[in-house]
Design a protein around this ligand. Structure first.
Ligand code: ADP
Ligand code: TZD
Ligand code: MG
Length: 577
C-alpha cells in the first residue's frame, strides 16, 4: 500500500516531499492539538524538535509517568485528548501507568510511543528497546492502534482522537514505529491524506421513555439524593446541572472531583451530612458517578437498610446494574440527559418533603459547627485541621485557583475541609487512589488553564513525582506546592519491632527539608511550623505567581492508618508484635 510513498525510483517524478514526522505534526495541528507532554529519546527526539519548530508546545518531563498524568488531566480539563509522547519499551511502560489511569478514570488521553523495527520485534531478535508495545497496551486502554504507512497517519490519528473522546472517554495507545517517521510521500498527497475529526464526541440523546421513567421514580421519592461524579464535571454542562439541582430542590453530594461543580457552600449541598444522606435516601440519582468502592458498591452499612431505588445517568450502557439494580437507567451524554430532565420536569415540579431537606440541613449545620473551632487552631506542630483550616481560607479567597491533592490523611482531610467554589478546580488521586499524580496534574492544570495552582501533598505522595519540580521551575509555572511533612506514610511514628537498625517501613528521614529541593532549581522554598505561617507563606507565594514549595511540618502523630480507608486493610489473625 505504501509503495508509492517510499519507492525511491518515483521520487524524481513527484514534487515536494513530506515525511512521517511532518505528517504526524500536521495531523495533530489540524485537529487542534496544542500541547505535547513528553520525554525525548530514540526514536522521537526529532519529532519533539520538529513539533516545537512547527508551533506546538512541547513540554518535557523528567519521567514519562508524570508526562502521562499531565496528559490525562489535560484531557479531563479540556474534553480533548491530552497527548503524551514517549520512547519505546521502558519509556512506553512508564507512560502506560498513566494511560491505564486515564482509562480507569474516563479521561481522554493518547499515549504516542515510538517503537522498534516490527520485523525484528516479531521475530524476537533483540532490537534496541524491543517490545511488542501494541499487545501490551491493548488490555490497559480503550483502544490501541499502530500506523505502518505514512499515508495512514491522518486516518490513524483521527481514529485515536475519536476513540479517546467519544462515548465513555478513555486512554488510547498509538504506536509509531521508528521507520514510519522517516517514510516519505508526496507533500500534496500527504496533505490530502490528513483527516479533521468532525464532531469527535457526538451528543448522545437519551431515549424519551428512559427520561420519563426516571422522572417518575424521582417524583415518587420521599428522601431523594443526587450524587454528582467527576463525569458530571467533565461534561461541562455546568449551568444545566445547577439548574436541575436547584429546580428539583434535591440535596446533592459531590464526589471528590465534582466538588465545586456547584459551590460547596450551596444550600443544597449535603456534603457535611454525607453519612445521613446515604443511609436515609430512598431514591438516589447518580450523575456521572459509578457505584464502585468509593460508594461502597451501592450497598452495605454505608447505605443503611432502607429500600432504595437508583436512577443513573451515564454515557456507558454497561455501567448500569454494575453493582446493584438500576431502577431507571438513562444512557446518554450528561448535557443532553440533564437538559431532557429539565424539559420533562415542566413548571410545576414539587420539591422533596421538607422533613427530609431539613433533617439534612440540621445535620450539616451541627457538623459544620463542630468542626469550626478545630479549623481555627494555631497549634505547633500543626495537625491536619489547623493546617487545612488555613488553606481553606486561601481557596475561599482565591476561587479560581486549582487545587491538586494527594496523600492519605492529607487527601482525606483536605477533601472534607477545603470548600471548592467553581467546577473542575479540584484534581486528585481519582478512582484508583493513586499516589504520584501531583506534579503532573499541577503542571497540566497551570498550562491548560493559565490559573494558579495550589498542590497539597502528603510527603510520601510528593515523593512519587518530586523531581518534576525542576520541570515546574524550567517552565516557570505559577504552582505553589505545600508538602505536609509528617515524616512518613500515614504517620511518622512507627518503630521497627525488632529494634534493628532499619526504620519501620512507613517512616522517612526525620526533619526532611523539601523546601530546599525547590531552591535547588531556582524556585522559592519556605519552611513553616504553624497554620498562621503557612497561610502567610502560601499567600506570598501565590501573589508572586512563581514556583514555590512550602515544607509544612505536621505533627507526626496526627494521622491515622490509611487516612479514612483503613478498613480496606486485610487483618492478620496473628497478633501484631
Ligand atoms: P467519581 O469517581 O467522581 O464517582 P467516576 O469516575 O466513578 O466518578 O464516574 C464517572 C462516570 O461518568 C463514568 O461512568 C463515565 O462513563 C461517565 N461519563 C463521563 N463523561 C460523561 C459524559 N459526557 N456523559 C455521560 N457520562 C459520562
Ligand atoms: N503506590 C501508589 C502508586 N499508590 C498508592 N495509593 C500507594 C502506593 C499506597 N499509598 C496510599 O494509598 S497513601 C500513601 C501510599 C504510599 C502515602 C500516604 O502518605 P502521605 O500522606 O505522606 O502521602 P499522610 O498525610 O502522611 O497520610
Ligand atoms: Mg505523610
Amino acid at each position: 500500500m505504501s509503495s508509492t510513498a517510499t519507492d525511491k525510483s518515483t521520487e524524481e517524478n513527484i514534487g515536494e516531499l513530506t515525511d512521517g514526522f511532518h505528517l504526524v505534526i500536521d495531523a495533530l495541528k489540524l485537529n487542534d492539538v496544542k500541547t505535547i507532554y513528553n520525554v525525548p529519546g530514540i526514536p522521537i527526539t526529532d519529532l519533539g524538535r520538529y513539533m516545537q519548530a512547527e508551533g506546538l508546545r512541547v513540554l518535557s518531563f523528567r519521567h514519562e509517568q508524570h508526562a502521562g498524568y499531565a496528559a490525562a488531566i489535560a484531557g479531563y480539563l479540556t474534553k480533548k485528548p491530552g497527548i503524551c509522547m514517549t520512547v519505546s519499551a521502558p519509556g512506553f511502560l512508564n507512560g502506560l501507568t498513566a494511560l491505564a489511569h486515564a482509562t480507569t478514570n474516563c479521561f481522554p488521553m493518547i499515549l504516542i510511543s515510538g517503537s522498534s523495527e516490527r520485523e525484528i520485534v516479531d521475530l524476537q531478535q533483540g532490537d534496541y528497546e524491543e517490545m511488542d508495545q501494541l499487545a501490551i497496551a491493548k488490555p490497559l486502554c480503550k483502544a490501541a492502534f499502530r500506523i505502518l504507512h505514512a499515508e495512514d497517519i491522518g486516518i490513524g490519528i483521527a481514529r485515536a482522537i475519536r476513540a479517546a473522546v467519544s462515548g465513555r472517554p478513555g486512554g488510547v495507545y498509538l504506536d509509531l514505529p521508528a521507520k514510519l517517521l522517516g517514510q516519505t510521500m508526496d507533500a500534496i498527497a500527504g496533505e490530502k491524506s490528513l483527516v479533521k475529526v468532525i464532531d469527535a464526541a457526538p451528543a448522545q440523546l437519551p431515549a424519551p421513555s428512559a427520561v420519563e421513567r426516571a422522572l417518575n421514580v424521582i417524583k415518587g421519592a420521599k428522601r431523594p439524593l443526587i450524587i454528582l461524579g467527576k463525569g458530571a464535571a467533565y461534561a461541562q454542562a455546568d449551568d444545566d446541572i445547577r439548574a436541575f439541582v436547584e429546580k428539583s430542590g434535591i440535596p446533592y453530594l459531590p464526589m471528590s472531583m465534582a466538588k465545586g461543580l456547584l459551590p460547596d457552600t450551596h444550600p443544597q449541598s449535603a456534603g457535611p451530612a454525607r453519612s445521613l444522606a446515604l443511609k436515609e435516601a430512598d431514591v438516589v440519582i447518580m450523575i456521572g458517578a459509578r457505584l464502585n468502592w468509593l460508594l461502597s458498591h451501592g450497598k452495605g452499612k454505608t447505605w443503611g437498610d432502607k429500600p432504595k431505588q437508583f436512577v443513573q445517568i451515564d454515557i456507558e450502557p454497561k455501567e448500569m446494574d454494575s453493582n446493584v439494580e438500576i431502577a431507571a437507567p438513562v444512557v446518554g451524554d450528561i448535557g443532553s440527559c440533564v437538559s431532557a430532565f429539565l424539559d420533562g420536569m415542566g413548571n410545576d415540579w414539587s420539591t422533596p418533603p421538607s422533613e427530609w431537606t431539613e433533617a439534612i440541613y440540621a445535620k450539616k449545620q451541627s457538623n459544620i459547627e463542630r468542626m469550626a473551632p478545630k479549623l481555627q487552631n494555631n497549634n505547633v506542630p500543626m495537625d491536619y485541621q489547623g493546617a487545612l483550616g488555613a488553606l481553606r481560607i486561601i481557596i475561599n479567597e482565591r476561587p479560581d485557583a486549582i487545587l491538586v491533592n494527594e496523600g492519605a490523611n492529607t487527601l482525606d482531610f483536605a477533601r472534607s475541609i477545603i470548600d471548592m467554589h467553581k467546577p473542575r478546580k479540584r484534581l486528585d488521586v481519582g478512582t484508583w487512589g493513586v499516589m504520584g499524580i501531583g506534579m503532573g496534574q499541577a503542571i497540566a492544570a497551570a498550562v491548560e488553564t493559565g490559573c494558579p495552582v495550589l498542590a497539597v501533598e502528603g510527603d510520601s505522595a510528593f515523593g512519587f513525582s518530586g523531581m518534576e519540580i525542576e520541570t515546574i521551575c524550567r517552565y516557570n509555572l505559577p504552582i505553589c506546592v505545600v508538602v505536609f511533612n509528617n515524616g512518613g506514610i500515614y504517620r511518622g511514628t512507627d518503630v521497627n519491632p525488632t529494634g534493628g537498625e532499619d526504620v519501620a517501613p512507613t517512616v522517612f528521614v526525620k526533619d526532611a527539608r523539601y523546601d530546599k529541593m525547590m531552591e535547588a532549581f531556582g524556585g522559592v522554598g519556605y519552611y513553616v511550623t504553624s497554620p498562621d505561617d503557612l497561610k502567610r507563606a502560601v499567600n506570598e507565594a501565590m501573589d508572586f505567581g512563581k514556583p514555590a514549595l512550602i515544607n509544612a511540618v505536621i505533627d507526626e502523630n496526627a494521622g491515622t492508618e490509611s487516612g479514612r480507608i483503613g478498613n480496606l486493610n486485610p487483618q492478620s489473625v496473628v497478633a501484631k508484635k
